[in-house]
Design a protein. Sequence first.
Length: 274
Amino acid sequence: MSSKILYSIKGPKTLFEMTWEEVSEALKETDIVILPVASTEQHGPHLPLGTDSINATYLVRRIAEKLSEEGIKVVVAPTIPFGASSAHMAFPGTITLSFSTLATLIKEICHSLYAHGFRKFVLLSLHGGNSSTVRYVTSELAKELPEAYIISPEYLSIMQSKYPEILTSDRPMEESHSGEGETSRMLVSTPELVEMKRAKPYYSKRKDLYPFPLAVRHVNASGRGSFSMKDATPYGSLGNPLLAKKETGEKLWEIAENVLCEAIRDIKALKFVK
């Protein structure tokens, strides 16, 4: 295993990299904070367990940079690198949290940021298994933080609904976990971590397990409590990652970026009225 320096800043600093004085200065310009919620879970033999978390930080830096060019300042909180990943526990290295633990973690982070003066919170789920918890926390925080606006904009299903137009696969709706789409996005964010020689195409024969229809998977809170990804694929990935291209990944990132920037533009204009 070769030694690599993995930590490099591509884009604006996140709160994790800022000094307290920099945060204090930022609060004079903005009360908007983005909190990405991701995971540490298997992503097949060719992508790292931190794929969701790596891509989360990459995406929110892009958002912060694009909005900054428009004169809109936002602060990006550190990505939460753990999520609800029980379906992946059959593969070594996966770390999972209970829904209640994840909810408490998100809430306490937001309470801390609220105490410092942030009032507009963008809770961003970068892992489908977190989506229902993030939506629940959004409604709870709206009651707990009296002068805050909290949103959890959806972008995963919107981006994936474009798969038939953008992917080269002849089975685009089955390019799911670590398939052509996700691998393409990693070729943009951190290509040095993509082990394409290890990639294995695989389409599950168990349609009742996974993938669920893309239009449903990240919108509804329903699911199978006993589901294991190992029942759907022996490799942990679904689709054909060998079709992945950087150009495809960039098109997908642009969709996500545009959807989320629009949501933040909308929240920026809001003023709290008692």
